[in-house]
Design a protein around this ligand. Structure first.
Ligand code: IVH
Length: 683
């Protein structure tokens, strides 16, 4: 048996290692929590690599709070239970100012006088988490638990430690063990990005930010959690009265110990100040990057909190003040069933247009047939719709009293509305799908649009209306046919002026010459294969021709051996490559000269138009941020999530000035508009 040799480590190396852990952790904190990095990416990478090298040479040195311990790769069999040291209570809700006044009156009655001060904090719509740090482990994070039933939570430490804003070490811990509570959440723009990817990969999108955060934290494999842009704000420290006198001081203590505290929080001394703040916050709440469902008002002093006590469910010293989500009433004209790229049938309510949160809404999501049955939504119903955390408006409820008796219950079609093929219901999912995998026109239309989309072949000017006409006139029968289109074919189409025809033909040529192998593989629309998996597959195959010529028998096992590709993706790719329709498409693409090679990693970006340039984005642009990120990266540029010293441009969209504007001013970064950016990247 081989004896493992533990290399001796000299004290200087130990000291060097510990210094590196401190240094890298400090720069992580500056970058992720303070949003103001002080060193370049390249310098950071050097420090990080040095740390990794030391840990690889002397594994026994590795500290649990080393920044290297945040990366994913740990899979647990099941969640174990954790008992909370104190019950995790809920908050009582108030919905109007009168109820808030009553809360203040109860404060006054309970204390015999008004509280000295309150702290007001946004109530972020995420999931609560409890972090325990222990001196027996050098003040390191030992457990992270969900709320669960308030008494027992689930141990999700392996996932929470991947979140960069969660400190792995409690600096200057005032006592031990220390329990910090707070909220894990994801920002709205991140939800769009995750959902885009999920839809691309044939998975159901998350309904809102809270579900996405909860879904990411409750995973057994933390590789996926590590990739989700989860964030954290602390909102409580248990037994804080052992160190400080009030909640505000407790939050200051946490802040100086490295915990992220919401900068929007306010200390308010009078009822007038409190009401003022609540009004002001209501006006600006929509500009925050994360979803909230109101504000939390907390009596500040701990002695006053204790005197007020709690019920079995809520503390009497705190309350949630909820702003009502904007709602509107309208009528469902029709329930349409859309057929997606992978054949999934999705019911959508077509509405009599109505204004909601400043925009006209004509459609609302109905999710799936179970949801329709639960709410008993029927064609012709009057419904209440709401835009809360969700991106697409939702049908909240049916106004049954306004229903005419004749309305028929909605049933999902038994045959595909586009091709008439049989509809099947997946055993494990609620979704129904069209069973025709090769010639359903709706799937074909969506597949072509996806092939041309930005994350795939990036063919500009090729929108749904044009694809519909091309299909109707038989000018294209599949995605490959796009590369055979001539200008005269297009010029004859309705509303296609000659100039537009020229633009489309030019855009197709740009795609032919510029699209990379990962983009092409993404565009094939293989279930579960998004841009990330496509990149790995491109590295593995090297070319489209190689993909076609692989022996399908051995393929699945070979793919599964690639790190990051699991059995689901491997099976989907193998199945795709065995279908005769896929083989036909690949052969046709090759015949038309579409066969980008996967360059060697180091040579990949050097000649691209944005090589050497980096971009950061602030405010709202006319397209999702993810699309811009992809344009930047596809053209060889770097995308920075914050402005750093070496960021070349800050692209400024609509909205109030942000921290990024301040950083740009500090570093002298060039600030450009969206249209400047489009000019810069025009082809
Ligand atoms: S304090 C006794 N502060 O809201 C409970 N909660 O409805 C003390 N939440 O489970 C909670 N932001 O997940 C508090 N600034 C904040 C919060 C917050 C979000 C959530 C938290 C809690 C739920 C209670």
């Amino acid at each position: 048996m081989a004896r493992s040799v533990v290399k001796k480590v000299n004290p200087a190396t130990v000291a060097e290692y510990e210094q590196l852990v401190r240094e890298v952790s400090h720069h992580d904190w500056l970058y992720y929590v303070k949003d103001s990095p002080k060193i370049s990416d390249a310098y950071y990478d050097r420090l990080y690599r040095k740390l990794r090298e030391l840990e690889e040479r002397f594994p026994q040195l590795t500290l649990p709070h080393s920044p290297t311990q945040r990366v994913g790769g740990e899979v647990i069999a099941a969640f174990s239970k954790v008992k909370h040291p104190q019950k995790m209570l809920s908050l009582d809700n108030t919905y109007d100012e009168e109820e808030l006044k009553q809360f203040l009156r109860r404060n006054q009655e309970g204390l015999g006088k008004m509280p000295t001060a309150w702290v007001a904090e946004p109530k972020i719509d995420g999931l609560s988490i409890e972090l325990t740090y222990d001196n027996n482990h050098g003040a390191a994070l030992v457990t992270a638990a969900t709320r669960g039933d308030g008494i027992y939570g689930e141990d999700v430490t392996h996932n929470i430690r991947t979140i960069r804003t969660v400190p792995l070490l409690f600096k200057d811990m005032p006592f031990s063990p220390c329990t910090v509570r707070g909220e894990i959440f994801i920002e709205r723009s991140a939800l769009e990005m995750i959902n885009q990817q999920r839809v691309d990969e044939g998975e159901a999108p998350f309904k809102n930010c809270r579900n996405a955060a909860a879904g990411s934290v409750r995973l057994l494999d933390n590789t996926i959690t590590a990739k989700r842009p989860l964030k954290f704000f602390a909102w409580g420290l248990l037994e804080a009265e052992r160190a400080v006198e009030d909640h505000w001081q407790a939050m200051e203590l946490l802040k100086s110990s490295g915990f992220p505290i919401n900068p929007v929080n306010r200390l308010l001394h009078t009822a007038a100040e409190l009401f003022n703040w609540v009004h002001e916050f209501d006006k600006t709440v929509h500009t925050l990057a994360y979803p909230t469902d109101g504000v939390v008002i907390k009596v500040n002093r701990f002695d006053q909190q204790r005197k007020l006590g709690s019920t079995s469910k809520y503390p009497r010293s705190a309350i949630a003040f909820k702003y009502s989500a904007e709602k509107a009433i309208t009528q469902i004209k029709q329930i349409q069933v859309q057929v997606g790229r992978t054949g999934t049938l999705t019911p959508v309510a077509e509405l009599v247009p109505v204004e909601l949160s400043g925009t006209e809404v004509a459609r609302a999501s109905l999710h799936n047939e179970d949801e329709i049955a639960r709410k008993d939504v029927r064609q012709g119903d009057w419904v209440e719709i709401e835009k809360a955390g969700e991106i697409i408006p939702q049908v909240v409820r049916v106004l049954k009293q306004r229903r005419r008796s004749a309305l028929k219950r909605f049933v999902m079609p038994k045959r595909c509305p586009a091709c008439g093929s049989e509809v099947v219901r997946d055993a494990e999912a609620v979704a129904r799908r069209c069973s025709n995998r090769t010639s359903c026109p709706a799937q074909l239309r969506e597949a072509i649009l996806f092939f041309a989309s930005r994350s795939a072949m990036n063919i500009e000017h090729l929108g749904p209306a044009l694809v519909d006409q091309l299909l109707q006139r038989g000018l294209i029968k599949d995605a490959a046919d796009l590369f055979q289109l001539r200008q005269q074919d297009l010029a004859a189409l309705e509303r296609m002026a000659e100039k537009s025809a020229e633009n489309v033909v030019a855009a197709i040529e740009v795609s032919r010459s510029r699209a990379t192998l990962p983009q092409l593989i993404t565009g094939l629309g293989i279930p579960h294969v998004g841009a990330v998996a496509a990149g790995m597959l491109a590295d593995y195959f090297g070319s489209l021709a190689a993909m076609l010529n692989k022996n399908p028998q051995a393929l699945q096992a070979e793919l599964e051996a690639i790190h990051g590709i699991g059995p689901v993706i491997a099976a989907a790719v193998a199945a795709f490559l065995q279908q005769s329709s896929s083989k036909r498409l690949l052969k046709k693409l090759l015949k038309l000269g579409i066969d980008p090679k996967q360059p060697k990693a180091h040579a990949r970006d050097a000649n691209l138009p944005l090589a050497g340039l980096s971009f950061c984005i602030t405010g709202t642009l006319s397209k999702p941020r993810q699309e811009y990120k992809e344009i930047i990266q596809t053209m060889g540029g770097q995308f920075h999530s914050t402005v750093k010293k070496d960021t070349s441009y800050l692209v400024k969209g609509e909205g109030a000035a942000s921290r990024k504007d301040q950083l740009a001013a500090k570093y002298g970064t060039r600030v450009i508009t969206e249209s400047d950016f489009n000019t810069l990247t025009a082809r």
